[in-house]
Design a binder for this molecule. Structure first.
Ligand code: SF4
Length: 295
């Protein structure tokens, strides 16, 4: 009764039941899992707390990734946020939080895949920064997470959330779509606005390739999460301003799936194309290999 696999179905349930996306996601989960509302709610709370903890940890100045390619960038951006930053306080804060989570991920710390480890920074970054700056209660942030979750669920059921299958559009693109929908909710937008923001966010990152340098989820992954956060917030503002996506969300998801299938395997997590194939990336790989031989 509350199950949905497309945005069209989701919005139809919103209209039929006169409830929001967050509530539909809870009811769909209760139906599918047979669990009580309290159980689902407490799991969501638990996950959001882990997200907040990973932001806190990642903002440390001395954090270093396993491959040594990233670390300390979240701290630098957070420091910059307190100055006169170009993109404004909340956007820059969201980007610094997104960097923080990915730096924790790359240092093998605990994060929540949202929707994946590589793309784990954007959604919590946007929700936490916006909630903090607008004094939004914890409960609302959990509901925003549910809104983002609904978008992720649709993409997972109609396409893919895996970079190896669909390129980075499927990971960072999906994360940006989830974050855009979530922050529209936090800003008081309608379900339709959330879906429009998600469509614009995913559409804007269509074709993004998966090209991790040396196969490590560090470069370009971490900064893409920060960029995804800013991208999501602009898409949210467009939707809140009444701008709609010419291509409906479900068709954008279909397009993303088709683009993913058309992508060369070199551009799908094999570290053979894109940034991974650049001279700098290759010389880093050589250095890594020499280090291994020396040991
Ligand atoms: S480049 Fe690949 S590994 Fe890195 S975040 Fe994007 S999809 Fe994930």
């Amino acid at each position: 009764m509350y199950q949905f696999a497309t945005a069209q179905e989701l919005l139809a349930i919103c209209t039929r039941e006169a409830i929001g996306i967050d509530e539909i996601t809870v009811r769909a989960e209760m139906e599918a899992s047979g669990r009580e509302r309290d159980y689902i709610w407490s799991k969501m709370e638990e996950q959001y707390k882990v997200m907040l903890e990973s932001i806190k940890k990642g903002l440390a100045s001395d954090i270093r990734s396993l491959g040594g390619l990233i670390g300390g960038n979240a701290y630098k951006l957070q420091q910059h946020t307190q100055k006169n930053c170009v993109s404004g306080q909340t956007v820059t804060k969201a980007a610094s939080y997104a960097l923080a989570v990915t730096e924790v991920n790359a240092s093998m710390g605990k994060i929540i895949a949202a929707p994946t480890g590589g793309a784990s920074g954007t959604l919590p970054g946007v929700i936490a920064a916006f909630a903090e700056d607008r004094n939004i209660p914890f409960e609302m942030a959990i509901k925003a997470l549910l809104v983002g979750g609904a978008i992720g669920k649709i993409i997972a059921s109609q396409a893919t959330l895996s970079g190896a299958e669909g390129g980075c559009q499927a990971e960072c693109g999906s994360a940006a779509a989830m974050a855009a929908a979530a922050v529209v909710y936090l800003a008081g937008g309608t379900a339709e606005m959330s879906v429009n923001a998600a469509a614009m966010a995913l559409k804007g990152l269509l074709g993004l390739v998966c090209d991790p340098v040396a196969g490590l989820v560090e470069v370009p992954c971490s900064k893409r999460n920060a960029i995804g956060a800013a991208h999501a917030m602009i898409c949210a503002d467009m939707a809140l301003a009444g701008i709609t996506s010419f291509i409906p969300f479900d068709e954008v998801v279909e397009a993303m799936s088709r683009v993913g299938r058309m992508m060369s395997p070199d551009l799908r997590e094999t570290a053979r194309g894109g940034c991974a194939a650049t001279a700098t990336a290759q010389s880093y790989v050589l250095k890594l290999n020499n280090l291994k031989t020396d040991q």
